[in-house]
Design a protein around this ligand. Structure first.
Ligand code: UDP
Ligand code: MG
Length: 328
């Protein structure tokens, strides 16, 4: 029988917490009394994470394990989890118990009310360094000002998505995946539950600065090509100020004796062309941006549901339908 809920847990070197996380998830879901599957994705851990989950897997028919060949990164791990999930609702949760499992039940309640995406909004972040909080804050603000649609602030990947949303996300083929952005981008009926982000249960963060920067760049560049436009803006600003200074140079040349021969022409060409070159670069950026949009190959629109059609037409509802592979 197919499980009603699929819970996706990405793991990278989580040997210290994973056993405990499993117990906690099991406790909460068993208590709820509906069928579920736990999908653990091992993202190339170098510690005993796999052995531990493998042991759990043998003893619990609700547990599945996807083992990556190497570290592909958190976002790819989540993507794989969604590819293998069979549930009517899919929940993504961190392995370190920073996202409290009880909150999943609140998400499920919202889902039963008819919402198709329920994301967790962090009211407070406990036990994280001031640096992490500051960079996270800057990131969400920059993201917001750079993109043209609403990515909710202060939300992680802890969220519930409906089967339909999961299928749509599976159809998006882009390589640089910023899952929470994609989830916002697909639309559907979205709501949130608020929660306090706990301290890591054990172990330390698997997001060092380097990973955080590449994550932020993925987020911004996947949803915005505003950075490409910077050349245009600077170009215009430079052209205007250059023009003003050009006038000064000409006046100096014509009405004073303060200039060396040849100086005026060199300065004048410099001033004129720097601005023009930047504007042209920006123009090229505009085109590259559009090419980039096209090459992402996202569907132009997504239909939530249709009514009154023959069964065959329903396949078109979501941009692309993929063959499903089964884990077991
Ligand atoms: N993670 C992963 N692959 C990575 C880095 C992290 O699967 O390359 C997992 C990690 O095991 C955890 C989740 O992603 O379940 C979030 O990572 P972490 O808690 O270290 O990030 P933080 O909460 O500090 O932002
Ligand atoms: Mg964490």
């Amino acid at each position: 029988m197919q499980a009603k809920y699929s819970i996706i847990v990405p793991m990278y070197n989580e040997e210290e917490v994973i056993g405990h996380t499993y117990t906690k998830l099991k406790e909460v879901m068993d208590g709820y009394g509906e069928s579920y599957e736990l999908i653990f994705i091992n993202d190339g851990s170098r510690d005993r994470t796999v052995e531990i989950v493998d042991g759990i897997c043998r003893n619990d028919r609700n547990v599945r394990l996807i083992n990556f060949s190497r570290n592909f990164g958190h976002q790819i791990a989540i993507t794989a989890g969604m590819d293998y999930a069979h549930g009517e609702a899919v929940i993504i949760i961190d392995a370190d118990l920073q996202d409290p499992p009880e909150v999943m039940l609140q998400m499920i309640e919202k889902w039963k009310e008819g919402y198709e995406v329920v994301y967790g909004k962090r009211l407070k972040r406990k036990g994280e360094t001031a640096f992490k909080k500051l960079t996270a804050m800057m990131f969400y603000r920059t993201m917001r000002s750079m993109t043209n649609f609403d990515i909710p602030m202060d939300t992680g990947d802890f969220r519930l998505i409906d089967r339909k949303v999961c299928d749509v996300l599976r159809g998006l083929k882009e390589k640089n995946r910023f899952v929470r952005g994609l989830v916002s981008w697909v639309g559907f009926k979205q709501t949130m539950v608020e929660y306090v982000r706990e301290e890591r249960f054990a172990g330390e963060t698997k997001y060092p600065l380097k990973k955080m920067i590449s994550f932020a760049l993925d987020g911004i560049t996947s949803f915005s090509y505003k950075p490409l436009k910077i050349a245009t803006y600077i170009g215009f600003a430079l052209s205007i100020s250059s023009f003003v200074y050009l006038m000064v140079v000409l006046v100096e040349k014509l009405f004073t004796n303060a200039t060396q021969p040849g100086w005026t022409s060199i300065v004048a060409t410099n001033l004129l062309f720097n601005g023009i070159i930047l504007i042209l670069l920006g123009l090229i950026g505009e085109y590259i941006g559009r090419i980039y949009d096209e090459s992402k190959n996202r569907p132009l629109y997504i239909v939530r549901e249709t009514q009154g059609f023959e069964r065959e037409d329903r396949k078109q509802d979501i941009g692309v339908e993929r063959e499903r592979e089964y884990v077991r």
